[in-house]
Design a protein around this ligand. Sequence first.
Ligand code: AMP
Length: 218
Amino acid sequence: MAARYGSILLGAPGSGKGTQAKVLSKELGIPHISTGDILRAEVNSGSPLGNKVKEIMSSGKLVSDDLITEIVEKRFEQPDVKRGFILDGFPRTTAQAESLERILSNQNLGSPQVILLEVAREALIERLTGRLTCGKCGQAYHRKLNPPKSTGVCDVCGAALVERKDDSLETVVRRLDVYENETRPLIDYYAQKGRLKRLSGDQEMGQITGAIRKIFEG
Ligand code: AMP
């Protein structure tokens, strides 16, 4: 049976995919699959895979389609995806989208909904260059737009906040360029299949969550 809440959140870095995926994954009890989070965990653990991708990630470029597809394919072997999943940061290229079709079809998971979060480039740059994340629970903050109550400390769990290495201005600009060149073609790819829903990512967070849920409930 197709996974009822199978979905892909599409959008540029900083468009709010991760924030929305975290909330929805909790609300719906389905896994949030973030390839960026998976890779960052590998880097932090110092595994051979982590060492291999570390430089590529901090430069803002994409890791190879083969490598990332292998990671996603393994993740989809776990049974928790049967009821649904929220993909965040995958697919990022047309080759990855095609591999995903194959993975989902092999697992009989049907066709996911694709939701595009649209945010203007200037706003993305502002969001990304001030972004802070809790090193322990993953809660997201922003120095200016959504500061923690106490500087450098997570409101939720009290752990220290960290800035992602790839959120420096130079790397942010590269990541947005990579998105334009490699990932934007996916908008047409899914629109042509009649599977794309567009949402403004420039609304209050709760409003976006509500709009995505509405799409999920169909
Ligand atoms: P993210 O947290 O989604 O912004 O991903 C952080 C970094 O991880 C990206 O800039 C890439 O270097 C790498 N990465 C994450 N997902 C993918 C993907 N689907 N394809 C290639 N590289 C990826």
